[in-house]
Write a protein that binds this ligand. Sequence first.
Ligand code: BGC
Length: 443
Amino acid sequence: MLSKRILFALSFWFVLALAVTGCAVPAAAPSGEEAAAPAGGEAAAPAGGGKLEVFSWWTSGGEAAALQALFDAYSAQYPDVEIINATVAGGGGSAARGVLQTRLAGGDVPDTWQVHPGFELIGQYVDPGYVAPVTSLYEAEGWNDVVPEALRTMMTKDGEIYQVTVGVHRGNGFWYNKQLLADNGIEVGATLSVDEFIAIADPLVAAGVTPLCVGDSGIWATAQLFENTLLGTIGAEAYNGLWDGSVRFDDPGVKQAMETYGKMLNYQNEDHSALSWDQAVKKLMEGGCAFNSMGDWAYGEFVNAGLTDNEEFGWVSHPGTAGSFMIVADGFPVGNGSANPENALNWLKVIGSKEAQEAFNPLKGSICARTDCDRAKFGVYHNWSMDSFANDALVPSVVHGSAAPADFQQALNDAVTVFVVDKNVDAFADALVAAAQSSGFGQ
Ligand code: BGC
């Protein structure tokens, strides 16, 4: 299903992931092969009961509704298992990941938890031995035929697969309030450039309308605004080059993206730092601002509020990013040494199924991780996103853990925190060059 072009785009930064995270394995850590948890489909006999702790950061209205759809699918098959919904609020996992690391380091291992493939899965959980391989589950369920190779590669180390992905988000969405724009005589076309956005935003400001909704009480949300602006300015090829060291963070194109990001910030709502990402989406729905740059978990908020694709809300790729799909995929592993590994393995079996993915993704905004979901069960946005995934350049998100190691992700958040105040492009670029060097990807 995936073209060689796409496979190439994904494989080079995954190889990088292996190279970088391979250096970070603690000497005393158990390997996946030594995992106590069962390692495949044959171990997944129907569970008689007990508990299943599912750890995630899915707490917004849309996220919680989608998670419930997965719980319902699981309970339909395993009615006697008590599900413990262990959530830690904070979009993008900004708070959850720290709590999880503390638990894992203390041996208090959840049965399963939310994870992004790529660096986050491999570096934070596979290398330290916190998760068990589930390769034989893929074989038993025939998933190697329906999960794109590019995705499987992102979940694999040394020939073992460690995650079941339930959905693939498109990170570079630019959502808008259709009525508010119509009231101001604005119609958005199939694509939007930065200049076109500015040509819309200035008259909106003059009319007393806030052009951009931002909810960055969690800094990741404005870091994502930068990430999307970076992709939109330098394009997919150069963006991918940042992660293999062939493009530097002080490249003139990157600096231009920083300038543009600085300009975009001038269009944001004054209360941005008091709002979470989903509160910013709510503000957009209520007409408090016009556009929101966000992954398509924002779609889950629209749907949860009872809105319909292309009626109350519309979307376009973040300015300049048409033709690219920023991958933010969600999945779950089996905790190595958790209390209920058999129930966890059955959880993975359920969420990897076509039925569960067809129930979950329409509510969440993401598309299926499998290629055989029935398109008729999805609305206009999802079908648009599926086409984008099949045809566009796939690029990894650093803000959501796939493109670079955790220390770079943190350094980006720190540099953005400084930049939103001082708008100093040279200092921003220098900070990212230094962070890339210390994270080990050249420059
Ligand atoms: C996750 C999404 C989630 C979003 C906001 C992302 O990192 O992949 O599933 O909805 O954060 O919390």
